[in-house]
Design a protein around this ligand. Structure first.
Ligand SMILES: Cc1cc2nc3c(=O)[nH]c(=O)nc-3n(C[C@H](O)[C@H](O)[C@H](O)COP(=O)(O)O)c2cc1C
Length: 175
């Protein structure tokens, strides 16, 4: 299939999924930092995946600038985050952000996958964002199970990356 996978990844989890999907589809995986019009024009299928970062999706802005060159390509998207993909909230947020980023393809299939986070590797900016989030969570009167998990793992290594969990996306492409 004439496809391409475009990804936005800060620490490698989304990139790992993108490369896994690209390998399964025998197509290239291109970072949103480097993607150009030539990478997307004339494709039958474009997969976009981005890391979830507090209400934004890494790489989405850059990839969305090329949406006008997607032509007749089908677009499938995935996000990569720590939030539980089984929760409706996780899926609804991802859909809303991606529909906004790619308005010509709004309603595209969206898959939520889980990635890793290693606090020791975070940039100063991301570390500060997580510290602020922790302050908010600690003040919460009724933290959710997910809030509790995030507080318990604060400062540590969280490993949710599971490449085969991208298989439903691959099956949807082949359908
Ligand atoms: C500052 C910051 C904000 C984050 N916000 C979210 C979020 O809103 N939802 C989520 O599921 N994960 C969130 N994460 C976790 C990342 O999405 C997760 O670590 C993911 O694996 C990152 O993918 P990447 O390594 O490809 O960048 C956040 C992480 C950081 C450091």
């Amino acid at each position: 299939m004439n496809a391409v996978v475009i990804y936005g990844s800060c620490y490698g989890s989304t990139q790992a999924y993108a490369e896994y999907i690209a390998q399964e589809l025998s197509c290239p995986a291109v970072s949103a930092k480097e993607v150009t019009r030539a990478d997307v024009e004339g494709r039958e299928l474009i997969v976009f995946g981005g890391g979830a970062y507090a209400g934004s999706i890494a790489g989405a802005k850059k990839a969305a600038k090329l949406e006008k060159y997607f032509g007749q390509a089908r677009l499938l998207c995935f996000t990569c985050g720590l939030a539980d993909p089984a929760k409706a909230k996780t899926q609804d947020e991802a859909r809303a952000l991606l529909n906004k980023a790619f308005p010509r393809h709004a309603g595209m299939p969206v898959f939520c996958l889980r990635g890793n986070m290693d606090y020791a590797r975070l940039s100063a900016g991301h570390r500060a964002m997580m510290a602020m989030l922790m302050q908010l969570l600690r003040r919460k009167k009724e933290p959710t199970e997910e809030d509790r998990q995030l507080m318990q793992t604060y400062g540590e290594k969280v490993e949710f990356l599971d490449l085969p969990s991208a298989q439903p996306l691959i099956a949807a492409v082949k359908r």
